[in-house]
Design a protein around this ligand. Structure first.
Ligand SMILES: [Zn+2]
Ligand SMILES: [Zn+2]
Length: 127
């Protein structure tokens, strides 16, 4: 299963149950990821969308293109306003199988396993 799909699954209601579920066999230990490719943190990695710039808004309102074309223009502009945020940690949860930051007292690892909902939407590249 791809990391993106796994993350999506873990964000669903049964997924939250799983994250908070601790037994003797299932302890959600952090292990160093051995993957060559670093994956984004399941908790903090994502993207935010900034509002359109003044110049972009002006371009839209000044345009006399048909509304279907205007919608396409707006979508294109919004895509340019996306910013990827968050980290690509070397740690991952052995049981969840997703990357998580271990930094700080209130790390992504801890918050993830409290069942908290990440603030950011999934990165567009993960599916
Ligand atoms: Zn993180
Ligand atoms: Zn876990």
């Amino acid at each position: 299963m791809s990391t993106g799909r796994r993350r999506k699954l873990l964000l669903s209601n049964p997924g939250v149950e799983f994250r908070r579920f601790h037994t003797a066999e299932l302890r959600h230990g952090a292990v160093r990821s051995e993957d060559k490719k670093r994956h984004g943190c399941a908790f903090c990695r994502g993207y935010i969308e900034l509002p359109l710039s003044a110049a972009q808004q002006q371009e839209l309102s000044a345009s006399d293109a048909p509304s279907a074309e205007l919608r396409r223009m707006r979508t294109r502009m919004r895509n340019t306003r996306r910013r990827v945020v968050g980290a690509c940690p070397v740690w991952k949860c052995r049981d969840c199988g997703v990357s998580l930051c271990m930094v700080g007292r209130d790390s992504c690892f801890e918050r993830w396993h409290r069942g908290e909902v990440p603030r950011q939407a999934s990165p567009p590249s993960e599916g």
